[in-house]
Design a protein around this ligand. Structure first.
Ligand code: CLF
Ligand code: SF4
Length: 515
């Protein structure tokens, strides 16, 4: 299937179904650009059928899909051919994983069996990604053998690859031949002087290259690979790690460069850096961005290009919805004992049901958005949400390991990020220290939506100026956020509450074990 021209893709990305249906202007109108980019939230009506088919149930390429569909990774690619200063090779590749995580290594045959086991048990698992623990293209035999085996036995599963891009031009033909429709390239710079601060060396053409020379080769290979893939109609996502003081001001130029070469989606991820990770940046005290810094950069890049904001920096053996991780249920030992029964019809029937639920979520949001039509206000707020998936507020405050963050204004509602936390309820008791961490993580939010909450955390949140809201328990997130926002404006107008700009919030930097 042919991808549209680059111009088509750029134009598509500025449309949002909710806004189109309401006749309102873009959700980024306050940015001054006058453009709206909800990017990966684009719906079926906005996209050519070929592209919609590729993204509709891919949890990374579609924000909407990530509430309903799962992905899995298989860790078949241990070696790497470059060194990034935010990576410690004792752990998984940090281009798609959180630092400090070690995945279980598999052979292609073990990996293919695991995919079937997961597909049998999780019918909403639609995508197989290979993202490490090193670079998949530095391990081409294992990577491509795995894809080949899976394509033979589970043909409905989309194939996805993530790479540092050094060897991409060599493998574009193989990627196309194997129907790998989604490729992620981590591109942190287009200026080798900047790159020399991120990459001490690369290994290329049987030779170690260092400093600016290494970064120049890497950048040329990455951009050439991106151009070659998009020319073949393969959807490309670019990941960039935001490293304050090194490439934070440079990433806008990276955004333009990858957009002009046809990238479909740009995922700017925060540097996660702590001494215990043993990385150069961690040991040198290089800090990651705050929530506000990250959002400001993502907002500034959001224009004609889709920005991904729901990335969870997964493990190289992650299984499940993006916000959860079920990899422990599918260890090699457990998979060997499992009865594997891959049934395409059962999977399709399940996914049809998911599509019905998904359509209901969108319809409820659009209906609620109509109630804001004609409302004039410059106010926008962030709300945090505890959710286990399906687009609903369906998690107890004390059980949440992450909060999803939505921005709401008269222009609509959009997902703008997530905040990982220690769950407040540990062994049946609330933890004072955990509450402080949660408050710091969602300090920029006016409210937190949960299905239930105890009195102690309720009081603590109120004291911090964050309104705990449990009256939308089990309701749809976006619809509830719009209802809350409409009432919030009414309360501001009546003088019941005063609208205040909230402060900044923390992105978790410490050691991350397991998920
Ligand atoms: Fe995996 Fe990556 Fe494919 Fe997704 S992850 S290879 S595109 S299937 Fe997704 Fe995970 Fe973020 Fe990657 S949330 S780290 S962007
Ligand atoms: Fe680590 Fe990935 Fe960089 Fe290789 S490409 S050094 S595995 S972060």
């Amino acid at each position: 299937m042919e991808l549209g021209t680059r111009k088509d893709v750029a134009q598509l990305s500025v449309m949002q179904p909710a806004l189109l249906s309401s006749g309102q202007t873009g959700c980024s109108s306050k940015s001054g650009s006058g453009k709206s980019s909800c990017g990966s939230a684009a719906g079926q009506g906005d996209l050519p059928p070929g592209i919609w088919e590729k993204i509709r149930n891919h949890p990374c390429y579609s924000e909407e899909a990530h509430h309903h569909y799962a992905r899995m990774h298989v860790a078949v690619a241990p070696a790497c051919n470059i060194q990034c200063n935010y990576c410690n090779r004792k752990f998984d590749c940090s281009n798609e994983s959180r630092p400090g995580v070690v995945s279980e290594r598999l052979t292609p045959e073990q990996a293919a069996r695991k995919v079937l086991a997961v597909a049998s048990n999780i019918p909403q698992m639609t995508v197989l990604g290979i993202a490490g623990p090193g670079d998949p293209l530095a391990n081409p035999e294992k990577t491509f053998k795995t894809f080949e085996l899976v394509a033979q036995t589970a043909p409905d599963i989309k194939l996805c690859l993530s790479t540092n891009g050094l060897l991409l031009p060599e493998y574009v033909d193989t990627i196309q031949a194997l129907n790998i429709d989604h490729v992620t390239i981590t591109i942190n710079m287009i200026d080798p002087e900047v790159g020399a601060n991120i990459y001490p060396w690369i290994y290329y053409n049987k030779k170690k290259h260092k400093g600016v020379e290494a970064a120049r080769i890497l950048s040329e290979r990455q951009l050439l690979g991106l151009e070659m893939l998009t020319a073949r109609g393969i959807l490309c996502k670019v990941n960039s790690v935001m490293i304050p003081g090194i490439n934070d001001h440079h990433l806008a130029a990276v955004n333009k460069a990858v957009k002009s070469r046809g990238a479909f989606l740009h995922n700017i991820m925060p540097l996660i850096s702590a001494p215990e990770h043993g990385t150069v940046f961690g040991l040198n005290g290089r800090r990651g961005p705050t929530a506000q810094e990250l959002k400001a950069l993502q907002d500034s890049c959001e224009g004609e290009m889709n920005m991904m904001r729901h990335c969870r920096q997964c493990r190289a053996d992650a299984v499940g919805l993006l916000g959860e991780d079920r990899s422990n249920e599918f260890t090699t030992e457990k998979v060997l004992e499992m009865e594997v029964h891959y049934d395409l019809e059962i999977r399709q029937a399940y996914q049809e049901d998911v599509e019905r639920q998904r359509a209901a979520v969108v319809a409820a949001r659009n209906e609620e958005l109509m109630t804001l039509a004609g409302t004039d206000s410059n106010i926008s707020i962030l709300v945090a949400v505890a959710s286990k998936g399906a687009g609903r507020i369906n998690q107890h405050f004390g059980h949440a390991k992450e909060f999803q963050v939505y921005e709401v204004s008269t222009a609509g509602v959009k997902f703008v990020g997530h905040r990982r936390v220690d769950n407040y309820c540990q062994g049946g008791f609330g933890e004072e220290e955990s509450l402080e961490t949660v408050v710091r993580a969602i300090n920029d939010c006016a409210a937190v939506f949960i299905s239930r909450i105890g009195n102690c955390p309720r009081e603590g949140l109120l004291k911090a100026g964050i309104e705990p809201v449990d009256r939308f328990a089990l309701e749809y997130i976006e619809q509830s956020a719009l209802t809350f926002f409409r009432e919030y404006l009414e309360r501001v107008r009546s003088g019941e509450i005063e609208h205040k700009q909230r402060g900044d919030a923390d992105i978790r930097q410490g050691a991350l074990i397991a998920t």
